[in-house]
Design a binder for this molecule. Sequence first.
Ligand SMILES: [Mn+2]
Length: 308
Amino acid sequence: MSTVYVFGHKNPDNDAIMSAVVLSQLLNQVNYDGNEYKACALGALPAESAKLLAEAGVAEPEQIESVEAGQLVVLTDHNESAQSVEGLKGAVVAGVVDHHRIGDFETAAPLHYICLPWGSSCTIVAKLFEVLGQQPTDVQAKLLLSAMMTDTLMLKSPTTTDVDRAMAAKLGQQVGVDPVKFGMEVFLSRPSGSFTAAEMVGNDIKMFEPAGNKLLIGQYETVDKTRALGMIDEIREAMRAYAADKGADGIVLCVTDIMEEGSQVLFEGDTELAQKGLGIADEHDGVWMPGVLSRKKQVAAPILAAAE
Ligand SMILES: [Mn+2]
């Protein structure tokens, strides 16, 4: 029996955490491959994840930064090495459960690779319960549903598919909640008023490498962008500091207003390609992009396409 580490991306969001937690539970439940699956996290848990796990009486995944050579791992909610654990190249990737583009992913041996362009990795984990003939417990259903709602911004993001809507309805019925109302409660459990500029920048940020450039793309989701927009200078300073710390050439931050359904987009550093991809220019207070809710589909994808 081997211990397999199961983890989502660095700067974990609720989907990265819940996909790792519930997938590892499922694989242990069915004694998959005779291994022991251990949920881990590549960074501090978001407030809503910590709260949901505490309420459910589920232990928080252990935080790790690196893995040793030969360590068996399962990646959830990511596949790109820039977003993954230190030492990934020497690890043995036994599986991937993801809903992102495939980046620089490569393995020596065959593996379980499940990538579906659905709204959240937790939708895929929920489907895997069906595939493996299991019924999620109410706790598992609630944890999965919470991440489906945060990742799809209550099913409003253009990444949402019919599969997400059907699965959300099914899980909501099981635990006796309206998925969208429950999702709003999860969002409101974030301590939005207390976020510092540095937290807004670093809370949910990913490194991309379009045309050899190191570009950070961050997203700060809020139910009221007014406060964030009142501290633009601090946010810009925090963006410059974060990019310098990570050795990035440029940094893009989307302040996404869930209620108004759009994002205020800010640039710092070398972001010529990002501006070209998004078709907007850098303005001091940022540029409002109505309808832009998905970093993956509406921000990262056009920027990466502009690099080709
Ligand atoms: Mn996700």
